[in-house]
Design a protein around this ligand. Structure first.
Ligand code: 5GP
Length: 207
């Protein structure tokens, strides 16, 4: 089967719990996780180099100029981008890499990496999302409203994704996403070289 790692994009509304789902995928199933660069200020408890690479706007622009990001996007008031080197090294080494990014970035990734799997994590409805965002307590009321407006826009873009998974029960969601990824890896389009070798091995046997 294919030796190159699988690129996986996980998006979802801010507050839908995708960060926790991604952490579960890394801890339980050993996926590699790309750490993004951002101009956003760290939230309490966030660590540079672990949660994000926190950058000034000038540093971020420098990364763009030197082709150091495979995608970047503006989200609410900040820039976010995926460092190129880590992702390419991991894929080359045969490891499956998760990018936890928003929709504009996901679309850019799909254009560059056509076999990337795009998975959207959602709450079951808007009301549940509002409850979770308010309960999180890390955002002001104005920021919650901004994130909800953004979620409304993002809900119109779910059609760009390959899969949608509801995060109702966390463990179920983690296992479902893992199953979806495994299923995607078995797609025939992703295994054309292997299929060719398999068929050749039979042809050789018949000669
Ligand atoms: P937060 O500020 O809540 O950590 O992230 C805001 C949004 O930016 C989330 O939807 C998150 O998935 C997205 N994001 C994080 N890193 C990246 C990145 O490298 N590229 C893009 N396009 N979006 C990102």
């Amino acid at each position: 089967m294919e030796k190159r790692g699988q690129l996986i994009v996980i998006s979802g509304f801010s507050g839908a719990g995708k960060g926790t789902v991604v952490k579960g995928l890394v801890d339980k199933y050993g996926y590699s996780l790309s750490i993004s660069a951002t101009t956003r200020a760290p939230r309490p408890g966030e660590v540079d180099g672990k949660d994000y690479y926190f950058k000034t706007e000038a540093e971020f622009r420098n990364l763009i100029d030197y082709n150091g990001l495979i995608e970047w996007a503006q989200y609410v008031d900040n820039f976010y981008g995926t460092p190129r080197k880590f992702v390419e090294d991991e894929l080359k080494a045969g490891r499956d890499v998760i990018l936890e990014i928003e929709v504009q970035g996901a679309r850019i990734i799909k254009k560059q990496y056509t076999d990337a799997q795009l998975i959207f994590i959602t709450t079951k409805d808007a009301e549940t999302l509002r409850d979770r965002l308010t309960g999180r307590g890390s955002e002001t009321e104005e920021q919650v409203e901004k994130r909800l407006r953004r979620a409304a826009e993002e809900s119109e873009m779910i059609g760009y994704y390959d899969y949608i998974v509801i995060n109702d029960d966390l463990d179920t969601c983690i296992d479902t996403v893992h199953s979806v990824i495994l299923g995607g890896k078995c797609k025939k389009e992703r295994n054309e070289d292997f299929i060719q070798q398999l068929q050749d091995s039979f042809r050789a046997g018949n000669e």
